[in-house]
Design a protein around this ligand. Sequence first.
Ligand SMILES: Nc1ncnc2c1ncn2[C@@H]1O[C@H](COP(=O)(O)OP(=O)(O)O)[C@@H](O)[C@H]1O
Ligand SMILES: [Mg+2]
Length: 396
Amino acid sequence: MTEQAAPVAEFSDVEDTRTRFRDAGYLADDRLATTVFLLSRLDKPVLLEGPAGVGKTQLATSLAEVTGRRLIRLQCYEGQDETKALYEWDYGKQMLYTQILREKIGQVVEDAADLQEAVERIAQQDSIFFSERFLAARPLLEAITSEEPVVLLIDEVDRADEALEAVLLELLSEFQISIPEVGTIRAKTLPYVVLTSNNTRDLSAALKRRCLHLFLDYPEADRELEIIRSKDTGLSEALATRLVEIVRGLRDLELRKSPSISETIDWARTLAVLGVEELTADVLSATLNVVVKYERDLEKARRALPGMVDPNATVPDSLGHGHGHGHGHDADHAHDGTDAGPDGRAVRAAKDQPGRHDAAYAGNGRSSEEGRPPKVVPTGQGERSFAARSARKRPV
Ligand SMILES: Nc1ncnc2c1ncn2[C@@H]1O[C@H](COP(=O)(O)OP(=O)(O)O)[C@@H](O)[C@H]1O
Ligand SMILES: [Mg+2]
């Protein structure tokens, strides 16, 4: 294989990786920094799986930035075929050339005895028109043929059909692409390849085997706070700390779409712009649409907010009228219904079992894991609930 181009500085170790990402505004934890370091040393693609908005795409963008490599992005979607991912023949250019070369082509068939022979002669020239010159490179081929090493981002690969996933296999293990008319094109320089998946369907074992795999979950509270801090949202440290707790509480609600890091950032900015000095249930409720995007999620979140802000608050029956004005309490166990009292919360908690909406949302009529007791899952819960949710939501 060909040599690496010179100007790209390699990561010297995990710490160096982490520092360079931090300088570029991306805060990586140990696992993440280690995975990226290995990606750069083992020439193995990395597959990042996890819920939306946890920094998967951004990781690839930042990787390009800190290594000075160009980012080539393949955004996957349903029905995408290899002509959009790998290459297609540049029909327009082929036509143009045949037009210009009309006379020359005429000479080739001039003295052909019959049509059959003329066709044979033209066919012998096939390889001219189906050569690299007439290839229109799409992102995958572009990454392979680039003179300079690049970062190749294959984004949301779970949206692509399985057929396209199969096409990726050769590229991912051999860094090469076979084109029947041309032959095998090997990478001039090895790209750093980052694949992301939101887990809407299982990826093939073959694909996973070729990659370093990392599950990116919602960050720990500390790191999320650090990310918020790094974005200069204008929100005070104390309020940002509370806000992160509240968002973590919302994530425990198993909403159709849990708020992600970017939404926490947006919420912090919104509250700062409004000049909010105290995170009351009212103020949070009024701005909740910044982080919660589905109507039914909004209802659910509004009901839970007063309990998160003040676990002793009495929740009124009508929606959106939270009266909790209390102060700090660990959001992790303030809202999960375990404290459902005689004031009607038990009834609501029963209705609000995790996953209640999912069967309907997925439109598959299957009931979700019914009858589970309300959970208290302070750590690692995102991963599990995410896995459960994505399993339920697989397209039918
Ligand atoms: N570790 C991080 N450090 C800094 N910002 C982050 C981090 N993770 C996520 N973000 C922020 O969250 C936003 C959304 O991330 P994105 O990469 O689009 O999510 P995903 O691709 O996982 O859906 C990013 O643009 C960035 O502002
Ligand atoms: Mg993304």
